[in-house]
Design a protein around this ligand. Structure first.
Ligand code: CUA
Length: 137
């Protein structure tokens, strides 16, 4: 009798497991390596004359969403040679999202694309694109 009860319990547990796990909520920022939809969101603040952070690391094939806001005037965000160029609204006017899906590993330079003062030419940063699974940061 005890054996039968134990078997029944096992059968019920197996049936429950077969329904599959509950859907997992998506974390807002870093994606987990096992996830099937590779997407990474990074918030970047522009301010005379820097981007913060100024270095972003993303795996090849992951869609990078850069959510940009300004802490002072209007700036721009251009990824050189990649056809990405958006205008960042000035402080208090919200954000703009630039989307970039790199297909090759390497370093990509981004820079401010709107004249914003004497240090405009220094407003730049780097997107480091790495092979999937080799992220160190
Ligand atoms: Cu910021 Cu030009």
């Amino acid at each position: 009798m005890v054996m039968i009860l134990a078997l029944l319990a096992t059968a019920v547990a197996t049936a429950m497991r077969a329904q599959g796990p509950a859907p997992q909520p998506t974390p807002p920022e870093q994606t987990v390596p096992e996830q099937t939809v590779p997407e990474q969101t990074v918030e970047v603040t522009a301010e005379r004359f820097t981007f913060q952070p100024s270095e972003i690391t993303v795996p090849v094939g992951t869609t990078l969403k850069v959510v940009l806001k300004s802490d002072d005037t209007t700036h721009g965000f251009r990824i050189k040679g990649e056809g990405v160029n958006v205008q960042i609204p000035k402080r208090g006017r919200g954000t703009i999202t630039a989307t970039f899906t790199p297909t090759k590993a390497g370093k990509y330079t981004f820079e401010c694309s709107r004249i914003c003062g004497a240090g405009h030419g220094f407003m730049r940063g780097t997107i480091v694109v790495v092979e999937p699974g080799s992220e160190t940061k």
